[in-house]
Write a new protein. Structure first.
Length: 404
């Protein structure tokens, strides 16, 4: 009997968890499950209710652009008011978006509602990483970020399956709306969970540095990571909204097959998180991030060659492996950021990255209209540029850098 508490303490120490982190992980499951039930099928739903491929391309570009803005705003609000109040506010914003999509089944309303409900991930991530950096020891912060990344994959894997069930049972139009109604209910429950169980230990700041000050204080190693990351995200985002169209329309597989592929992706990602977090404590961050960028680069090329279910499954295994060093990259941003402005620094990084990516993503619909090959090949070439930049010029967190 006495060994059980000791064993539990050893597990807690190994993973670096505490009550605040556990509460945050529960919140991520609830909100993520609702979000992913409908979000993965949004391009198909848009077309079903009268939107065009350009509406799909606009949705993807808008997602990237708003994620850029939301990341910076989310980081600033978190530094100013504390992560608990910030997370509650962000959840309320996303619930408004769900309501709009449920009440108004028009493609224009979907784009309007998306402005609100796509905000949660981008707004909340700086606050969540601020929570981790405030409550977890420095040597376990990569493990903390890995746990968050692992747990958020659970709803990303299960959400599309539930969404596909509603779509198969009620059709794309009604099924998608039912999925969003389910998401609304989970969001309300998560709001209560946030209020009741997440403790805010972060002190409230009197002021937050502006964008230009934050960028000037960004370490040079972080700027190099940012530049390479921008090119790598081109490889992810140019084909992103059209992956579901490639599977369901070009290759004529049903929604359930796409959900199975998504499940494969998420399971692969979840399997690598903890081993990589342990490996990060023993090897260079640069190696792990470079491998990750390589997976981002080759995925669109492999997808282009995938026309059977077996090849699509292999492509989505590669898509899952792109998460190999993502927790390491996020933890690297937090470690390099000056104390007191970690959330703001993280938000600035994402603002600059996603703003540039959103502009380039506007070309995704045009490239798709030329051919899927034009879209996927272009994406992979841009990813290759970013991977090479990081391999030749990127640095580890243990490299001393100046901040001005």
């Amino acid at each position: 009997m006495t060994n059980k508490p000791q064993r539990f303490q050893r597990v807690k120490k190994f993973f670096g968890v505490n009550p605040s982190v556990l509460s945050m992980l529960g919140m991520v499951v609830l909100l993520g499950l609702g979000e992913k039930m409908g979000e993965r099928f949004l391009p198909v739903y848009l077309i079903a209710i009268g939107g065009s491929v350009y509406a799909v391309g606009f949705l993807n570009a808008m997602d990237n652009f708003l994620s850029a803005i939301y990341s910076y705003v989310g980081g600033a609000i978190s530094d100013r008011f504390g992560y608990k109040r910030a997370l509650i506010a962000y959840t309320c914003v996303s619930l408004v978006g769900y309501l709009i999509v449920i009440v108004f089944p028009h493609w224009q309303a979907v784009l309007l509602g998306a402005i609100f409900f796509i905000s949660w991930t981008a707004l909340s991530l700086p606050a969540i990483l601020s929570l981790v950096s405030s409550t977890v020891k420095a040597e376990k912060q990569t493990m903390g970020v890995s746990l968050h990344s692992l747990v958020r994959r659970i709803p990303m894997a299960l959400g599309p399956i539930l969404g596909a069930f509603f779509i198969q049972a009620y059709g794309i139009r009604e099924g998608a709306r039912i999925a969003f109604a389910f998401a609304l209910g989970l969001g309300i429950f998560a709001l209560f969970f946030l209020w009741k169980f997440v403790e805010d230990k972060q002190p409230v700041k009197s002021s937050t540095p502006n964008l230009f000050t934050t960028y000037r204080n960004m370490p040079s190693a972080l700027k190099t990571l940012l530049l390479s990351d921008i090119f790598v995200r081109f490889a992810e985002q140019i084909p992103y909204a059209f992956v579901v169209l490639w599977v369901m329309q070009v290759n004529d597989f049903p929604a359930l097959s796409f959900s199975l592929l998504t499940l494969i992706e998420m399971v692969v990602a979840m399997l690598v998180y903890i081993p990589v977090a342990i490996l990060n404590e023993r090897t260079s961050s640069k190696t792990l991030v470079a491998i990750t960028f390589g997976f981002f680069t080759v995925f669109p090329w492999i997808l282009l060659m995938s026309k059977s279910m077996e090849m699509l499954m292999f492509a989505f295994v590669i898509r899952g492996l792109k998460e190999f060093g993502e927790p390491t990259r996020k933890a690297l941003i937090v470690k390099l950021a000056p104390s007191g402005t970690k959330a703001s620094m993280f938000g600035t990084y994402y603002l600059l990255r996603d703003f540039v990516v959103s502009i380039v993503s506007l070309s995704s619909a045009y490239l798709w209209s030329l051919s899927p090959s034009a879209n996927f090949i272009t994406a992979g070439l841009l990813g290759l540029v970013g991977t090479c930049i990081f391999i030749f010029f990127g640095k580890d967190e243990n490299t001393r850098v100046e901040t001005r």
